[in-house]
Write a protein that binds this ligand. Sequence first.
Ligand code: SF4
Length: 452
Amino acid sequence: MMGQSVGGQDRLFYEFNLEDRIPTNHLLRRIDAVLDLSWLRDELAPSYSHTGCPSVDPELMIRMLLVGYCYSIRSERRLCQEVELNLAYRWFCRLGLEDHVPNHSTFSVNRHGRFRESDVFRKVFERIVGQCMNAGLVGGEGFAVDASVIEADASRFQRVKGNEVEWTEEQINSRPVREYLESLDSEPSPTSRARKPKAMSPVDPAAAWTARGRNKIMFAYSLNYLIDMEHAVIVDVEPTPTRITKEVDATEIMVERTEQCFNLTPDYLAGDVAYGTGEMLDWLVKRGIDPHIPVWDKGKRDDGTFSRKDFAYDKARDLYICPAGKILKTTGNLHADKTYRYFASKSDCDLCPLKPRCCAKTPSRKVPRTPNEEAREYTRSLMETEAYDRSRERRKKIERLFGEAKRNLSMTRLRLRGLTGAKDEFLLTATVQNLKRLIKFASIPPPRPMVA
Ligand code: SF4
């Protein structure tokens, strides 16, 4: 017999409990079980006035934004509509059926005003990392660092050459341009002072013009993650314009901040060859962190002639000994490329039978050495170890996190402009990813719905 819906949408009284409608294994119910925002009101109290109209509840704002970044709803207008209509979203935001959802413009003003000034997204992120640590998900032994390119909200067809723009009054009043102009004199500056960019976006000047995107040249920011390799918990996140030097700088910022914030310093740090500069390796070694990073080696030769590693360095005498047993000395002058040069004697090389394999095209051999060479040699010695091979494998977890952010959370293109916009979006994305790790590994059983 064909059934027929009885309808009844015009009933006056309902027996309805929102709590009963949310399945026990629903993602938001499981996140709610581990999410504690009870500290938020006290933390934000200094940012609010004692007089005037009541603002949107800060906990409601954070819960709505977490819903948005969990389900790839990053448009504020759409997020407000979805929370209005979706029962699970309402339940997670602690709203009853008749409670009002904030208007999208009020939501936007609060998000980009008071919230940004009080750095609340970072505080929420750090609280969740603290919870991951308490749950035993952060080993603290090995960290990995990497960056992923995220397209900025700036058209690649509307760009100006170089970075010399005649800013209009209207442009200067926009937040991304104002922040960019203010940051030009600050340290670190968003642009390289040594090299002018090829192109600049007039709507988001801090974004970098880059060819590192997968399919096209575009304006972009880098999503920099520092993760603990035990359970792939993100211990810090930092936005930078997409430039390798900025990404290396961000690593230092993130390692230092993790140390200050969580008293956590890894035994070793894994990264790809982009992080293998002499300065970076030296910085890590001086802090007692083993760099599990391939060394960026300009002295290596692939044409069959002797590489720098074929010359033995004598630290006590500060000289190199070549494969023929002759010595190479330095004048002690640091050259423009930040290297010392060690020269063999022309008379030695002229008589040497190994000359064709050493310096066939020059009268004598010279070997460059950077001031950070000791750190590079130490890192090279680590590259022979089993621990290095193991962390090279484990480092791939960070790629999976970038994949998850892009594929599952739609973090392929930013909605907010400027470095602060990127910072807000990256912090919320990383918070959601950590919450997912927390509910997956912390084995907290989901609470049962209350029986009315
Ligand atoms: S060519 Fe000169 S530097 Fe090279 S191995 Fe011979 S003596 Fe040494």
